[in-house]
Design a protein around this ligand. Structure first.
Ligand code: BGP
Length: 469
Protein backbone atom coordinates (compact mmCIF):
# COMPACT_ATOMS: atom_id res chain seq x y z
CA UNK A 1 0.00 0.00 0.00
CA UNK A 2 1.32 3.45 -0.78
CA UNK A 3 0.73 5.55 2.30
CA UNK A 4 -0.08 9.22 1.86
CA UNK A 5 -1.63 9.83 5.27
CA UNK A 6 1.03 8.76 7.70
CA UNK A 7 0.73 8.65 11.47
CA UNK A 8 3.32 9.87 13.94
CA UNK A 9 5.17 7.45 16.16
CA UNK A 10 3.75 7.21 19.68
CA UNK A 11 5.06 9.85 22.09
CA UNK A 12 6.47 7.20 24.44
CA UNK A 13 8.28 5.33 21.63
CA UNK A 14 11.33 3.63 23.11
CA UNK A 15 14.33 4.81 21.09
CA UNK A 16 17.58 3.18 22.10
CA UNK A 17 20.11 0.56 21.06
CA UNK A 18 21.40 -2.83 22.15
CA UNK A 19 24.45 -4.72 23.35
CA UNK A 20 25.12 -8.11 24.90
CA UNK A 21 27.33 -8.89 27.86
CA UNK A 22 29.80 -11.32 26.31
CA UNK A 23 30.33 -9.10 23.26
CA UNK A 24 30.77 -5.75 24.99
CA UNK A 25 31.82 -6.10 28.63
CA UNK A 26 35.28 -7.68 28.71
CA UNK A 27 36.48 -8.54 32.26
CA UNK A 28 35.22 -11.98 31.28
CA UNK A 29 37.00 -14.02 33.93
CA UNK A 30 37.65 -11.37 36.56
CA UNK A 31 35.66 -9.71 39.36
CA UNK A 32 34.23 -13.07 40.35
CA UNK A 33 32.72 -13.93 36.96
CA UNK A 34 32.75 -17.61 36.02
CA UNK A 35 33.27 -18.95 32.48
CA UNK A 36 30.43 -19.21 30.01
CA UNK A 37 30.45 -21.26 26.82
CA UNK A 38 31.65 -18.14 25.03
CA UNK A 39 34.75 -17.92 27.23
CA UNK A 40 35.88 -21.47 26.51
CA UNK A 41 35.08 -21.67 22.81
CA UNK A 42 37.82 -21.45 20.19
CA UNK A 43 37.25 -18.09 18.55
CA UNK A 44 37.18 -18.07 14.74
CA UNK A 45 40.63 -17.66 13.21
CA UNK A 46 41.73 -14.06 12.84
CA UNK A 47 39.29 -12.73 15.44
CA UNK A 48 39.88 -11.41 18.91
CA UNK A 49 39.35 -13.26 22.18
CA UNK A 50 36.44 -12.06 24.32
CA UNK A 51 38.49 -10.93 27.31
CA UNK A 52 38.41 -7.17 26.66
CA UNK A 53 35.75 -6.53 23.98
CA UNK A 54 34.74 -2.84 24.29
CA UNK A 55 35.66 -2.95 28.00
CA UNK A 56 32.18 -1.72 28.89
CA UNK A 57 32.81 -3.19 32.34
CA UNK A 58 35.19 -0.33 33.08
CA UNK A 59 33.71 2.28 30.74
CA UNK A 60 29.97 1.94 31.42
CA UNK A 61 29.58 5.41 32.92
CA UNK A 62 31.21 7.09 29.94
CA UNK A 63 29.25 4.87 27.52
CA UNK A 64 25.87 5.47 29.14
CA UNK A 65 26.61 9.21 29.23
CA UNK A 66 27.13 9.06 25.46
CA UNK A 67 23.84 7.17 25.06
CA UNK A 68 22.15 9.87 27.13
CA UNK A 69 23.70 12.49 24.88
CA UNK A 70 22.02 10.75 21.92
CA UNK A 71 18.76 10.99 23.85
CA UNK A 72 18.19 7.26 24.44
CA UNK A 73 14.89 6.40 26.09
CA UNK A 74 16.04 2.83 26.65
CA UNK A 75 19.22 0.78 26.63
CA UNK A 76 19.05 -2.93 25.93
CA UNK A 77 21.87 -4.88 27.57
CA UNK A 78 22.20 -8.43 28.78
CA UNK A 79 23.19 -9.76 32.16
CA UNK A 80 25.98 -12.33 32.08
CA UNK A 81 24.56 -15.32 33.96
CA UNK A 82 28.04 -16.26 35.23
CA UNK A 83 28.71 -12.78 36.59
CA UNK A 84 25.72 -13.28 38.88
CA UNK A 85 26.20 -17.02 39.46
CA UNK A 86 29.76 -18.04 38.53
CA UNK A 87 28.71 -21.64 38.05
CA UNK A 88 25.22 -20.87 36.82
CA UNK A 89 23.79 -22.19 40.08
CA UNK A 90 24.81 -22.13 43.75
CA UNK A 91 26.78 -19.24 45.16
CA UNK A 92 26.03 -15.67 44.12
CA UNK A 93 28.81 -13.25 43.15
CA UNK A 94 27.90 -10.03 44.97
CA UNK A 95 30.29 -8.03 42.81
CA UNK A 96 28.29 -9.10 39.76
CA UNK A 97 24.99 -8.14 41.40
CA UNK A 98 26.48 -4.74 42.24
CA UNK A 99 27.84 -4.19 38.75
CA UNK A 100 24.46 -4.51 37.04
CA UNK A 101 22.83 -2.56 39.85
CA UNK A 102 25.23 0.29 39.08
CA UNK A 103 24.57 0.01 35.34
CA UNK A 104 20.82 0.19 35.98
CA UNK A 105 21.21 3.20 38.29
CA UNK A 106 23.42 4.92 35.75
CA UNK A 107 20.70 4.46 33.10
CA UNK A 108 17.98 5.73 35.42
CA UNK A 109 20.08 8.78 36.28
CA UNK A 110 19.45 9.88 32.66
CA UNK A 111 15.85 8.61 32.50
CA UNK A 112 16.94 5.74 30.28
CA UNK A 113 14.75 2.66 30.82
CA UNK A 114 16.94 -0.42 31.26
CA UNK A 115 15.77 -3.21 28.94
CA UNK A 116 17.40 -6.33 30.32
CA UNK A 117 18.03 -9.52 28.35
CA UNK A 118 18.46 -12.41 30.77
CA UNK A 119 20.32 -14.76 28.48
CA UNK A 120 22.25 -13.82 25.36
CA UNK A 121 24.29 -16.81 24.07
CA UNK A 122 26.40 -17.20 27.23
CA UNK A 123 25.34 -20.37 29.02
CA UNK A 124 27.44 -21.04 32.14
CA UNK A 125 30.20 -23.49 31.27
CA UNK A 126 29.57 -25.50 34.46
CA UNK A 127 26.02 -26.08 33.24
CA UNK A 128 27.21 -26.90 29.73
CA UNK A 129 29.64 -29.49 31.15
CA UNK A 130 26.71 -31.25 32.80
CA UNK A 131 24.80 -31.36 29.50
CA UNK A 132 23.46 -27.81 29.23
CA UNK A 133 19.90 -27.31 28.05
CA UNK A 134 19.52 -30.98 27.16
CA UNK A 135 18.90 -31.73 30.87
CA UNK A 136 15.56 -31.12 32.46
CA UNK A 137 17.32 -29.40 35.41
CA UNK A 138 18.33 -26.54 33.12
CA UNK A 139 14.75 -25.25 33.35
CA UNK A 140 14.97 -24.73 37.11
CA UNK A 141 18.51 -23.40 36.83
CA UNK A 142 17.29 -20.63 34.53
CA UNK A 143 14.25 -19.93 36.68
CA UNK A 144 16.49 -19.63 39.75
CA UNK A 145 18.73 -17.16 37.90
CA UNK A 146 15.71 -15.13 36.79
CA UNK A 147 14.39 -15.05 40.36
CA UNK A 148 17.67 -13.53 41.55
CA UNK A 149 17.39 -10.88 38.83
CA UNK A 150 13.80 -10.01 39.75
CA UNK A 151 14.69 -9.86 43.46
CA UNK A 152 17.64 -7.55 42.90
CA UNK A 153 16.50 -5.39 40.00
CA UNK A 154 12.71 -5.73 39.88
CA UNK A 155 12.32 -2.47 41.80
CA UNK A 156 14.02 -0.58 38.95
CA UNK A 157 13.72 -2.62 35.73
CA UNK A 158 10.33 -2.54 34.00
CA UNK A 159 11.26 -4.18 30.69
CA UNK A 160 12.66 -7.70 30.44
CA UNK A 161 13.64 -10.03 27.60
CA UNK A 162 13.97 -13.75 28.25
CA UNK A 163 16.24 -15.46 25.72
CA UNK A 164 18.03 -13.80 22.82
CA UNK A 165 17.54 -15.57 19.49
CA UNK A 166 16.49 -18.93 20.82
CA UNK A 167 15.78 -19.84 17.20
CA UNK A 168 19.38 -19.14 16.20
CA UNK A 169 20.68 -21.16 19.16
CA UNK A 170 18.67 -24.06 17.77
CA UNK A 171 19.35 -23.52 14.07
CA UNK A 172 22.93 -22.21 13.93
CA UNK A 173 24.41 -22.76 17.39
CA UNK A 174 27.63 -23.94 15.79
CA UNK A 175 28.21 -20.51 14.22
CA UNK A 176 27.43 -18.72 17.49
CA UNK A 177 29.68 -21.09 19.43
CA UNK A 178 26.98 -22.52 21.68
CA UNK A 179 26.43 -25.95 20.24
CA UNK A 180 28.46 -29.11 20.60
CA UNK A 181 27.27 -31.93 18.39
CA UNK A 182 30.25 -34.26 18.76
CA UNK A 183 29.12 -37.84 19.28
CA UNK A 184 25.47 -36.93 18.65
CA UNK A 185 23.64 -39.36 16.38
CA UNK A 186 20.38 -37.44 15.92
CA UNK A 187 21.13 -33.70 16.05
CA UNK A 188 17.48 -32.76 15.66
CA UNK A 189 16.50 -34.80 18.71
CA UNK A 190 19.19 -33.10 20.80
CA UNK A 191 18.57 -29.58 19.53
CA UNK A 192 14.79 -29.68 19.80
CA UNK A 193 14.92 -31.27 23.26
CA UNK A 194 17.12 -28.36 24.34
CA UNK A 195 14.68 -26.05 22.63
CA UNK A 196 11.78 -27.58 24.55
CA UNK A 197 13.57 -26.93 27.82
CA UNK A 198 14.29 -23.33 26.85
CA UNK A 199 10.64 -22.83 25.93
CA UNK A 200 9.56 -24.24 29.29
CA UNK A 201 12.09 -22.10 31.13
CA UNK A 202 10.88 -19.04 29.25
CA UNK A 203 7.22 -19.73 30.03
CA UNK A 204 8.00 -20.19 33.72
CA UNK A 205 10.08 -17.01 33.83
CA UNK A 206 7.37 -14.94 32.14
CA UNK A 207 4.90 -16.12 34.78
CA UNK A 208 7.41 -15.52 37.58
CA UNK A 209 8.06 -12.01 36.32
CA UNK A 210 4.36 -11.17 36.48
CA UNK A 211 4.08 -12.71 39.96
CA UNK A 212 7.17 -11.05 41.41
CA UNK A 213 7.36 -7.71 39.60
CA UNK A 214 3.91 -6.16 39.26
CA UNK A 215 3.73 -3.78 36.33
CA UNK A 216 6.81 -5.20 34.62
CA UNK A 217 6.67 -6.20 30.98
CA UNK A 218 8.43 -9.23 29.59
CA UNK A 219 8.82 -10.76 26.15
CA UNK A 220 10.92 -13.13 24.06
CA UNK A 221 13.61 -11.92 21.62
CA UNK A 222 13.89 -14.29 18.66
CA UNK A 223 15.40 -13.34 15.31
CA UNK A 224 12.43 -13.01 12.99
CA UNK A 225 12.79 -12.73 9.22
CA UNK A 226 9.87 -13.27 6.96
CA UNK A 227 10.67 -16.06 4.50
CA UNK A 228 9.86 -15.34 0.85
CA UNK A 229 9.24 -18.00 -1.78
CA UNK A 230 11.80 -17.85 -4.60
CA UNK A 231 8.95 -17.78 -7.15
CA UNK A 232 5.19 -18.19 -7.42
CA UNK A 233 5.60 -21.89 -8.11
CA UNK A 234 3.23 -23.62 -5.67
CA UNK A 235 6.02 -25.82 -4.35
CA UNK A 236 8.15 -22.74 -3.54
CA UNK A 237 5.22 -21.38 -1.54
CA UNK A 238 5.11 -24.61 0.45
CA UNK A 239 8.87 -24.39 1.02
CA UNK A 240 8.51 -20.81 2.32
CA UNK A 241 5.75 -21.89 4.69
CA UNK A 242 7.96 -24.72 5.91
CA UNK A 243 10.90 -22.46 6.66
CA UNK A 244 8.69 -19.74 8.15
CA UNK A 245 7.38 -22.33 10.59
CA UNK A 246 10.83 -23.75 11.42
CA UNK A 247 12.65 -20.43 11.60
CA UNK A 248 10.01 -18.11 13.04
CA UNK A 249 6.61 -19.33 14.09
CA UNK A 250 7.67 -22.29 16.26
CA UNK A 251 9.14 -19.82 18.74
CA UNK A 252 6.42 -17.21 18.71
CA UNK A 253 3.48 -19.67 18.58
CA UNK A 254 4.87 -21.25 21.71
CA UNK A 255 5.70 -18.01 23.50
CA UNK A 256 2.32 -16.44 22.76
CA UNK A 257 -0.12 -19.34 22.46
CA UNK A 258 1.71 -22.10 24.32
CA UNK A 259 1.42 -24.65 21.54
CA UNK A 260 3.73 -26.37 19.09
CA UNK A 261 3.52 -25.29 15.47
CA UNK A 262 2.00 -28.21 13.54
CA UNK A 263 4.43 -28.03 10.58
CA UNK A 264 7.43 -28.13 12.88
CA UNK A 265 5.85 -30.97 14.82
CA UNK A 266 5.59 -32.97 11.60
CA UNK A 267 9.15 -32.07 10.61
CA UNK A 268 10.40 -33.40 13.95
CA UNK A 269 8.29 -36.54 13.70
CA UNK A 270 9.85 -37.23 10.28
CA UNK A 271 13.30 -37.03 11.90
CA UNK A 272 12.44 -39.13 14.99
CA UNK A 273 13.13 -35.97 16.95
CA UNK A 274 9.95 -35.17 18.84
CA UNK A 275 10.93 -33.70 22.21
CA UNK A 276 10.18 -35.65 25.38
CA UNK A 277 7.31 -33.78 26.98
CA UNK A 278 6.48 -34.46 30.62
CA UNK A 279 3.03 -34.29 32.08
CA UNK A 280 2.17 -30.69 32.90
CA UNK A 281 4.64 -29.18 30.42
CA UNK A 282 1.97 -27.89 28.09
CA UNK A 283 0.09 -26.32 31.02
CA UNK A 284 3.28 -24.50 31.95
CA UNK A 285 3.67 -23.31 28.36
CA UNK A 286 0.10 -22.04 28.36
CA UNK A 287 0.67 -20.04 31.55
CA UNK A 288 3.52 -17.94 30.15
CA UNK A 289 2.19 -14.80 28.52
CA UNK A 290 4.47 -12.23 26.94
CA UNK A 291 3.43 -8.58 27.20
CA UNK A 292 5.14 -7.77 23.94
CA UNK A 293 7.22 -9.39 21.24
CA UNK A 294 10.85 -8.35 21.14
CA UNK A 295 12.52 -9.37 17.91
CA UNK A 296 15.78 -8.96 16.02
CA UNK A 297 15.57 -8.25 12.31
CA UNK A 298 18.45 -7.97 9.86
CA UNK A 299 16.94 -9.13 6.58
CA UNK A 300 14.41 -11.49 5.07
CA UNK A 301 15.17 -15.02 3.92
CA UNK A 302 14.23 -16.59 0.58
CA UNK A 303 13.82 -20.28 -0.14
CA UNK A 304 12.78 -22.63 -2.89
CA UNK A 305 11.48 -26.15 -2.95
CA UNK A 306 14.02 -28.82 -2.21
CA UNK A 307 13.85 -32.43 -3.27
CA UNK A 308 14.15 -35.14 -0.65
CA UNK A 309 17.46 -36.45 -2.00
CA UNK A 310 19.28 -33.08 -1.76
CA UNK A 311 22.12 -32.53 0.70
CA UNK A 312 21.53 -30.78 4.01
CA UNK A 313 23.61 -27.75 5.00
CA UNK A 314 23.45 -25.02 7.62
CA UNK A 315 24.06 -21.28 7.21
CA UNK A 316 24.40 -18.41 9.68
CA UNK A 317 21.91 -16.04 11.33
CA UNK A 318 20.99 -14.78 7.89
CA UNK A 319 20.16 -18.12 6.33
CA UNK A 320 22.02 -20.14 3.74
CA UNK A 321 20.62 -23.41 5.03
CA UNK A 322 19.06 -26.30 3.22
CA UNK A 323 16.79 -29.11 4.49
CA UNK A 324 16.13 -31.97 2.08
CA UNK A 325 12.44 -32.29 1.30
CA UNK A 326 11.66 -29.10 3.24
CA UNK A 327 13.32 -25.97 1.78
CA UNK A 328 16.54 -24.73 0.20
CA UNK A 329 18.13 -21.31 0.57
CA UNK A 330 17.79 -19.05 -2.46
CA UNK A 331 19.82 -15.89 -2.99
CA UNK A 332 17.32 -13.10 -3.59
CA UNK A 333 18.46 -11.18 -6.69
CA UNK A 334 16.41 -8.13 -5.71
CA UNK A 335 18.40 -7.23 -2.62
CA UNK A 336 21.64 -5.38 -1.93
CA UNK A 337 24.23 -6.84 0.45
CA UNK A 338 26.36 -5.47 3.26
CA UNK A 339 30.15 -5.64 3.10
CA UNK A 340 29.80 -8.86 5.05
CA UNK A 341 27.38 -10.40 2.58
CA UNK A 342 24.15 -9.98 4.58
CA UNK A 343 21.09 -9.10 2.53
CA UNK A 344 19.49 -5.68 3.08
CA UNK A 345 15.70 -5.53 2.90
CA UNK A 346 13.87 -2.58 4.51
CA UNK A 347 10.57 -3.41 2.76
CA UNK A 348 10.91 -6.91 4.16
CA UNK A 349 11.14 -5.34 7.62
CA UNK A 350 7.65 -3.95 7.16
CA UNK A 351 6.43 -7.23 5.68
CA UNK A 352 7.84 -9.04 8.72
CA UNK A 353 6.17 -6.78 11.30
CA UNK A 354 2.88 -6.84 9.40
CA UNK A 355 2.93 -10.63 9.40
CA UNK A 356 3.85 -10.88 13.08
CA UNK A 357 1.19 -8.40 14.09
CA UNK A 358 -1.53 -10.15 12.13
CA UNK A 359 -0.59 -13.46 13.79
CA UNK A 360 -0.12 -12.34 17.40
CA UNK A 361 -1.63 -8.88 17.91
CA UNK A 362 0.89 -7.90 20.55
CA UNK A 363 2.97 -4.73 20.79
CA UNK A 364 6.36 -5.19 19.16
CA UNK A 365 9.79 -3.94 20.12
CA UNK A 366 12.71 -4.09 17.71
CA UNK A 367 15.56 -5.44 19.81
CA UNK A 368 18.16 -5.56 17.02
CA UNK A 369 18.57 -4.26 13.47
CA UNK A 370 21.72 -2.80 11.98
CA UNK A 371 24.60 -2.82 9.59
CA UNK A 372 28.01 -4.36 10.22
CA UNK A 373 30.78 -2.56 8.34
CA UNK A 374 34.53 -1.83 8.31
CA UNK A 375 34.33 1.70 9.75
CA UNK A 376 37.39 3.91 9.50
CA UNK A 377 38.56 6.47 12.03
CA UNK A 378 39.92 9.51 10.19
CA UNK A 379 42.96 11.43 11.36
CA UNK A 380 40.75 14.17 12.74
CA UNK A 381 38.75 11.70 14.85
CA UNK A 382 35.67 11.26 12.65
CA UNK A 383 33.82 8.21 11.37
CA UNK A 384 31.84 8.87 8.21
CA UNK A 385 29.36 5.99 8.30
CA UNK A 386 26.79 7.34 5.85
CA UNK A 387 26.08 3.73 4.72
CA UNK A 388 24.85 2.94 8.27
CA UNK A 389 22.71 6.08 8.38
CA UNK A 390 21.17 5.05 5.07
CA UNK A 391 20.46 1.52 6.32
CA UNK A 392 18.86 2.74 9.56
CA UNK A 393 16.90 5.52 7.87
CA UNK A 394 15.34 3.10 5.41
CA UNK A 395 14.34 0.72 8.19
CA UNK A 396 12.89 3.44 10.42
CA UNK A 397 10.85 4.68 7.44
CA UNK A 398 9.29 1.24 7.24
CA UNK A 399 8.45 1.25 10.96
CA UNK A 400 6.65 4.53 10.46
CA UNK A 401 4.69 3.08 7.55
CA UNK A 402 3.82 -0.02 9.56
CA UNK A 403 2.59 2.18 12.42
CA UNK A 404 0.47 4.10 9.94
CA UNK A 405 -1.03 0.77 8.91
CA UNK A 406 -2.09 0.09 12.49
CA UNK A 407 0.79 -2.02 13.77
CA UNK A 408 1.60 -1.47 17.44
CA UNK A 409 5.34 -0.69 17.67
CA UNK A 410 6.81 0.04 21.10
CA UNK A 411 10.32 0.99 20.17
CA UNK A 412 13.46 0.58 18.16
CA UNK A 413 16.80 -0.65 19.52
CA UNK A 414 19.28 -1.17 16.71
CA UNK A 415 22.42 -3.22 17.04
CA UNK A 416 24.52 -1.84 18.48
CA UNK A 417 24.85 1.07 20.87
CA UNK A 418 28.63 0.85 20.73
CA UNK A 419 31.16 -1.16 18.74
CA UNK A 420 31.57 -4.67 20.11
CA UNK A 421 32.77 -8.09 19.05
CA UNK A 422 30.63 -9.78 16.39
CA UNK A 423 29.38 -13.33 16.94
CA UNK A 424 31.98 -14.75 14.59
CA UNK A 425 33.60 -11.92 12.61
CA UNK A 426 35.54 -9.96 15.22
CA UNK A 427 35.61 -6.28 16.20
CA UNK A 428 36.28 -5.19 12.62
CA UNK A 429 32.64 -5.88 11.84
CA UNK A 430 31.40 -2.74 13.56
CA UNK A 431 27.77 -1.85 14.26
CA UNK A 432 27.87 0.91 16.88
CA UNK A 433 26.93 4.59 16.97
CA UNK A 434 29.98 4.94 19.20
CA UNK A 435 33.36 3.94 17.81
CA UNK A 436 35.79 2.10 20.08
CA UNK A 437 39.40 2.76 19.22
CA UNK A 438 40.85 -0.73 19.10
CA UNK A 439 41.63 -3.20 16.37
CA UNK A 440 41.30 -6.95 16.24
CA UNK A 441 44.48 -7.63 18.20
CA UNK A 442 45.79 -4.14 19.04
CA UNK A 443 43.83 -2.68 21.96
CA UNK A 444 45.14 0.87 21.34
CA UNK A 445 43.61 3.35 23.80
CA UNK A 446 39.97 2.10 23.73
CA UNK A 447 38.87 5.74 23.38
CA UNK A 448 35.29 6.44 22.38
CA UNK A 449 34.43 8.55 19.28
CA UNK A 450 31.05 9.74 18.04
CA UNK A 451 30.35 8.44 14.53
CA UNK A 452 28.34 10.51 12.02
CA UNK A 453 25.45 8.12 12.77
CA UNK A 454 25.65 9.22 16.43
CA UNK A 455 24.71 12.80 15.52
CA UNK A 456 22.11 11.62 13.03
CA UNK A 457 20.42 9.28 15.53
CA UNK A 458 20.41 12.03 18.14
CA UNK A 459 18.37 14.19 15.75
CA UNK A 460 16.07 11.27 14.89
CA UNK A 461 15.31 10.71 18.57
CA UNK A 462 14.89 14.41 19.31
CA UNK A 463 12.23 14.65 16.59
CA UNK A 464 10.64 11.28 17.50
CA UNK A 465 11.50 9.98 14.04
CA UNK A 466 10.10 12.96 12.09
CA UNK A 467 13.48 14.17 10.81
CA UNK A 468 15.31 11.27 9.17
CA UNK A 469 17.33 13.45 6.82
C1 BGP B 1 22.44 -11.38 16.31
C2 BGP B 1 22.93 -11.50 17.73
C3 BGP B 1 23.88 -10.47 18.19
C4 BGP B 1 24.74 -9.86 17.11
C5 BGP B 1 24.06 -9.69 15.78
C6 BGP B 1 24.97 -9.38 14.63
O1 BGP B 1 22.25 -12.65 15.78
O2 BGP B 1 21.85 -11.50 18.64
O3 BGP B 1 24.57 -10.98 19.29
O4 BGP B 1 26.03 -10.18 17.13
O5 BGP B 1 23.30 -10.80 15.42
O6 BGP B 1 25.57 -10.56 14.18
P1 BGP B 1 27.10 -10.67 13.88
O7 BGP B 1 27.78 -10.32 15.14
O8 BGP B 1 27.32 -12.10 13.50
O9 BGP B 1 27.38 -9.74 12.76
Amino acid sequence: MIITKSKKLPENFLWGASTSAYQVEGANLTHGKGPSVQDVKTVPEGTSELDVCADFYHHYKEDIALMAEMGFKTFRFSVAWTRILPKGFGEINQEGIDFYSDVIDECLKYNIEPLVTMFHFDLPYEIEKKGGWSRRESVDEFVNFAKILFENYGDRVKYWLTINEQNMLTLVGDVIGTCNLSGVTNKYKKLYQENHHMLLAQAKVMKLCHDMVPGAKIGPAPNISLVYPASCKPKDILAAQNFNAIRNWLYLDMAVWGRYNNLVWKFLEEHDALPDIEEGDMDIMAQGHPDFIGFNYYSTATVEWNEANAEASSGDQQGGSCEPGVYKNFSNPNLLHTEFGWEIDPDGFRATVREMYSRYHLPMLVTENGLGAYDKLTEDGKIHDDYRIEYLRRHIEQIKLAVSEGVDMMGYCPWSAIDLISTHEGIVKRYGFIYVNRDEFDLKDMARYRKDSFYWYKKVIATNGEDLG
